[in-house]
Ligand binder design. Structure first.
Ligand code: AHR
Length: 812
């Protein structure tokens, strides 16, 4: 906060009578991907883990078909459990459990199976649970099955139900258990009725109290948290999950609809398993239940370019016609009449009415190669010909700049793709610096879908930066058509990606500060952007840079290397040798001076940095070092212009799978690429002379005397006090949104011109210290709602405020 802490006086004038600019009605939505265990053990309410015995070491090395299950031999019963594949209930779901009882218990019961659930089976007193399974009697008299919910130690029974009689061919059996106890860590058991062998598959325990009481549906509290965002659309199933690693791992929609036993389960590329219980039918149903448009994403006929060892591969020529038919069939499945071939499947699943599909994503972050262009064009052409009513959403690579982004946009323009999907995982500073990018967009080109974006790190700074970016989207809502934060869900103990929007465990749901921002924007969206003038707003303060810069040497990922002959000094003079490496600070990695003027980095599997603190006077100097790689898959990082532990520039030599070299900037620990990669992998065993020259904002990098990069990094001034105004015509309201990312309190004097007297505003405000973090646990602040009697509003530092008024009220 400024020293005097006197608020900055700011005037916000809104032309409330202006025609304004139409805003996309679908602007703010959500993106769901099964990452961080978002689906099985998360949004999909099934309580039994590995219910179909389809886990394999290919999904996770320590997994097998009986993971999460154990054999029960209680009260003298004895037996065994194994897994078989002969004549399963359905070939798509080949494995099943063989439960053999050789000795019955004193009570005449057989052996059984016990499931640990997903970190336990969370049950609640008085709730009813649907239990179901497929069973076949192979031999003996074990034709009854006792199922029960019990305590973790097995000492207490919370509810039970008997199933059977089991016959010699597969049949589905079901019952209902009413649970008598609340326990977040219960267990579920199935015990055979006597001696003999019984086959079991698709063993399920499902709460009846799902979201909107849909049988086999979604966990109510998590689904409600998503519904409360009032998303205009839901994008699914990915993300990388959509195009998969390798052609066999692609998410193929027809395999995810129909009876559960017919759905092809498979590896989740995020390192676990997809039961496909949450499939296209469930996604579409959820969209309908929350009034959001479905935005499915199908692979663009290529798998992920990061597939090892093949890279991007296209669906073979001869299979493309069938694949295109599959994509066209999705439209018929979603929208066709109940008596059409695919519409009939939807109707058979319980939804005779069309789902009303409008958008279809084709591809995700794919490298824009000739193979991609070919496959995408054929799918796009077919959709245009057969379903011109569908708006296709293309893809422009994994980041908002760079080669794929440029090629992706050029390709989309050439092919007249109506909307393209762009992704930004960046620092708060990047978002504040990038708010002008939509203002400059070509109004005649493809519309933009910001399909994935998030600012690090679930703190208030990131939340306000996102609010600011969303304000920029809103004022450009004529070309920014859709936007969704990512990732949406993350389970405690299984979080693979940070930050996320909603954290949860088996019984809790924790919305973040970022969630509150999304909700405030979405609930208070409008149809028309109005002109706004802001006078006297706080500005970005120039951050005083320390007079001396630090430099570092480093290695990336699993690389081992040695360095020698480090020099730093003023530009144009002979650089002096830097202090001995023994006096540098090891920030990461394992650094060992050799006594021969060299230092070796020997750690595996981590980035490593050795820092020479306050090495040189800024802003103009040279830093050079000799480096040799001794092993590993990437290369060196040469850091300079370090102004604090989380902020520096770096030259990555042997960047991203050792493909090339590029310049990067690290803001508060978040890496941004400053240029495209220049070819040039690092050879193991070869010495390289690496030299960086810093001349104010200009940076030059030389490898073995050859100039590799020469660029000026001149970031745009951040938009630190952002204001938008929109009209919500259906309600007759004017809505003003204000994001203040400064430490200044501001007093805003609001003027709405062209309207009758405004009598007051409904205010929703979210404010918290910039580094207050929200993850697992209650957020440090939540939106506060009140009524503002007049046009003067105090805006706290680090805050997001929404003001809503109905100017015509006074006239009524
Ligand atoms: O949101 C997580 C991942 O980030 C998505 O799967 C992918 O599209 C992006 O790289």
């Amino acid at each position: 906060m400024s020293e005097s802490a006197r608020p900055v006086e700011t005037v916000v004038e809104v032309d409330a009578a202006a025609r304004g600019t139409a805003i996309s009605p679908d602007l703010f939505g959500v993106f769901f991907e099964d990452l961080n265990h978002a689906a099985d053990g998360g949004l999909y309410a099934e309580l039994v883990q590995n219910r179909s015995f389809e886990y394999t070491p290919a999904h996770r090395p320590e997994w097998h078909a009986l993971t999460a299950w154990e054999l029960l031999e209680r009260d003298g019963a004895a037996g065994s459990v194994s897994v078989a594949v002969e004549a399963p209930p359905h070939p798509a779901n080949p494995h099943y459990a063989v439960l053999r009882t050789t000795t019955a218990s004193t009570a005449g019961r057989g052996a059984g199976l016990r499931n640990e659930g997903f970190d336990g089976v969370a049950v609640r007193e008085g709730e009813r649970y649907d239990v179901s399974l497929f069973a076949r009697l192979a031999d003996g008299t074990a034709d009854r099955l006792m199922t029960q919910i019990e305590s973790r130690d097995g000492s207490r029974v919370y509810g039970r139900a008997e199933l059977g009689p089991v016959h010699g061919s597969w049949e589905r059996h079901s019952a209902v258990i009413t649970c008598e106890v609340t326990d977040p860590e219960a267990r579920f058991t199935v015990v055979a009725g006597g001696i003999g062998t019984v086959h079991l598959d698709l063993v399920s325990l499902f709460p009846q109290a799902t979201f909107r009481d849909r049988p086999g549906g979604l966990r109510a509290d998590l689904a409600q948290a998503i519904a409360d965002l009032k998303p205009k659309f839901v994008r699914f199933p990915g993300g990388c999950l959509a195009h998969g690693v390798g052609l066999g791992n692609m998410y193929r929609w027809p395999e995810t609809v129909g009876p559960l036993q017919t759905r092809r389960q498979q590896r989740n590329l995020w390192g676990y398993h997809q039961s496909m219980g949450l499939g296209y039918y469930e996604y579409f149903q959820f969209c309908e239940d929350i009034g959001a448009k479905p935005l499915p994403v199908v692979p663009a006929g290529v798998c992920c370019q990061n597939t090892e060892p093949t890279g991007q591969v296209g669906i073979p020529e001869e299979e493309m016609p069938d694949y295109i038919d599959e994509v066209l069939a999705l439209v018929q499945w979603a929208n066709g009449p109940a008596d059409s071939p695919w519409g009939a499947l939807r109707a058979a699943a319980g939804h005779p009415e069309p789902f009303g599909l409008e958008y279809l994503g084709v591809g995700n972050e794919d490298t824009i190669t000739d193979t991609f262009r070919d496959r995408f064009s054929r799918i796009h052409d077919a959709l245009r010909e057969h379903h011109p009513e569908i708006t296709v959403v293309g893809t422009v690579g994994p980041s908002p700049t760079g080669e794929d982004w440029e090629k992706g946009w050029a390709f989309a323009r050439e092919r007249s793709v109506p909307v393209v999907d762009e992704h930004s995982y960046k620092s708060p500073r990047w978002f504040l610096e990038s708010t002008g990018r939509f203002d400059a967009m070509d109004r005649g080109g493809p519309h933009l879908y910001i399909g994935e974006y998030a600012a690090r790190d679930n703190d208030m700074r990131s939340a306000v930066a996102e609010a600011t970016y969303m304000i920029a989207m809103e004022r450009n809502g004529d070309v920014v058509r859709l936007a969704s934060y990512a990732p949406l869900l993350a389970k405690r103990g299984h979080t693979q990606w940070l930050p996320d929007l909603i954290y949860f465990d088996n019984t809790n749901v924790w919305p973040t500060l970022n969630y509150h921002v999304q909700r405030m924007h979405s609930v208070h969206s409008g149809d028309t952007a109005l002109p706004v003038t802001v006078v006297g707003a706080p500005r970005a303060r120039p951050v005083p840079e320390p007079a001396r810069h630090s430099v570092h040497i480093g290695t990336s990922h699993d690389t081992r290397a040695e360095f020698t002959d480090a020099r730093v000094g003023p530009l144009g003079a002979d650089a002096a040798p830097a202090p001995d490496f023994a006096d540098w600070d090891a920030e990461l990695g394992h650094w060992k001076p050799g006594g021969d003027g060299r230092i070796r980095q020997t750690a595996h599997g981590t980035d490593a940095r050795l820092v020479l603190t306050a090495a040189v006077d800024g802003p103009s100097y040279a830093f050079s070092v000799r480096a040799r790689k001794n092993g590993g898959g990437q290369g060196f990082t040469i850091g300079f212009a370090r102004t604090s532990p989380g902020n520096w520039y770096q030259w990555s030599v042997g960047d991203w799978l050792n493909r090339g070299m590029r310049l990067q900037r690290v803001d508060d620990g978040v890496l941004h690429d400053l240029n495209d990669s220049v070819d040039g992998p690092v050879e193991t065993g070869r010495w390289y002379d690496l030299r960086v020259e810093v001349d104010g904002r200009r940076i030059r990098c030389y490898r073995d005397g050859e100039l590799i990069h020469d660029l000026e990094d001149d970031p745009a001034p951040p938009e630190v006090f952002a204001v938008s105004a929109v009209r919500d015509s259906s309600a007759g309201d004017v809505i003003v949104k204000i994001a203040n990312s400064t430490s200044e309190p501001v007093t805003v004097h609001l003027r709405l011109t062209g309207t009758e007297v405004v009598t007051g505003f409904e205010r929703t405000a979210l404010a918290a210290p910039p580094h207050a973090t929200s993850m697992f646990g209650t957020a440090p602040a939540s939106p506060v709602e009140d009524r503002l009697p007049g046009p003067v509003c105090d805006i706290p530092p680090h805050s997001f405020t929404v003001l809503r008024t109905r100017p015509d009220e006074a006239q009524e």
